[in-house]
Design a protein around this ligand. Sequence first.
Ligand code: SF4
Length: 389
Amino acid sequence: MPIPISVPEIDDEGLLARYPFLPQGASFIRSLLEENDITVENLIDAPWLEDIRVRGMLRLVDSVLQQEGDGVSSSIDISTGVGRMTEALSFLHAMLIVCASFDERLLARWIEGESSRADRLLGMDSVNFEVISSSFLSGIETRVDSRGSEDYWIPMVDFIELSPKISGKYWRLVNRPVKEGWVCLDAGAGESGRGRASRLIKERIRESLRESCEERMARMDDEFAAKFADPVDRIVGLLSERVKEEMPMTAAIRDDWPPCFESAVSELNQGVNVNHTGRVFLAAFSRSIGLQQEQTCNFFANAPDYNPDTTAYQVGQIYEREYTPHGCSALKTNARCPVQSGEDSLCDQEWLNHPLKYIRAKQRRRFNSDRDEPSDTDIEQSSSSANPS
Ligand code: SF4
């Protein structure tokens, strides 16, 4: 995001907490972590940071459910130091969960949720509008027109880059007043000029969030991402329920399956009588990775004792009650882990204690190979990815 080249200084911590995605917010978040001696590990499980985790998760849920309004964070009192810390670090926590998921759908939803929230807040925030807009646009000028309304003029270069991403005739250059390289965003159709300018800035915020997330994901290694396995599973499960139509079972996704899940599916398909643990695991794991209930039932179609009604009922129970899939040790104890030491480098990792961690690690590798960037960094580097720089 090369524009603007320099951003205004912001000393107001309440403002930085309210808009933590500002370019100036990175050093604020870093100083909060340092001053309060908070590590990523603390953020994941220290009891005294529970409020931050709850806020972060609610913020994510807002995005996934595409809830209107300003979401939970509007209820935080940012006039206090604790309130400002909760607001800013809940943003960081949510971002780390999104990055650790390596799930493009979740990433897109979260970015949309955060940028839409910013759009709404900014449209109403006359006090801070100028400093925020100057942080995302190469210039902005306010002029009062002949009807007494405020028009916002922005450089053509910003308009040309950002407006094609917005639909509507208003956003076509031929429909905008232009003067000496500046484009006018005036009021119209029930929206103020500031509301229009905020809409444009939303596109820049979206770009900025995506860039930050992609950089962070490229730095994240398997072990670091696995620390967020629990919240990632919860939010991906919610997303899967929400957008059922977006659940393709592609070959690429199948490539990510852990051997224990792959073997349960293959054995059932070949008519082998998979034991009770294997069947429950298969259904619970399918739910966790977002497969449709019907797809899961189909896995059982070749089982020797297959009965469509019984299968539909039992799979339905597992989906409704949101069973957590078995971990590696339970699968090994129940003869449902097909891998011996040395046969699968991921399964050999000390931190790999759950098949969901396996699939996340595979997704991370696929993400990195798609980007054609180096994937492995040491844990110190990935821990430093908690810093928002
Ligand atoms: S080690 Fe764990 S993830 Fe790997 S196959 Fe066995 S149970 Fe599955």
